[in-house]
Design a protein around this ligand. Structure first.
Ligand SMILES: [Zn+2]
Length: 138
């Protein structure tokens, strides 16, 4: 049984979820202006070009902002407290995710903390990209 409510792949996001199953972080990049972006969509959010393509991101990121949640949410009961974060990927896009592999305390979560993607299989369809400190837990 899934531990938490799962995203539903759509035609626009199927490539992202297919990549996640292979542990590849798939992003799109605009060939007109060169900007990488997330979440997937058929037009560049910056210049509206439809000349866009997929590539595999490095999986490296930095902590941009976060909250430590102590409130059990549906499907999150086993994980309290947990870290809901926005990370800035090396390629530029920001992504909402969870930080794992570290005690959820502010002293362990300085802004700009180097992170790397890690994968958590949820179902046959969905593997979620989560992030952990790239130097391992302090
Ligand atoms: Zn563009």
């Amino acid at each position: 049984m899934p531990k938490r409510p799962l995203p539903q792949p759509t035609p626009e996001t199927q490539e992202f979820w297919d990549g996640a199953r292979r542990h590849e972080l798939r992003l799109q990049r605009c060939n007109a202006c060169g900007r990488a972006y997330f979440f997937p969509r058929p037009f560049c959010p910056r210049c509206a070009s439809d000349d866009v393509g997929w590539f595999t991101a490095s999986g490296k990121a930095r902590l941009y902002s976060y909250v430590i949640s102590h409130r059990p949410a549906p499907g999150f009961k086993d994980d309290v407290p947990y870290v809901i974060a926005v990370v800035e990927l090396e390629e530029g896009p920001r992504m909402m995710t969870n930080i794992v592999g570290v005690e959820p305390k502010p002293e362990n979560l300085p802004i700009d903390l180097p992170l790397q993607v890690t994968w958590e299989r949820q179902s046959d369809e969905i593997t979620l990209p989560l992030f952990e400190p790239s130097g391992g837990a302090p």
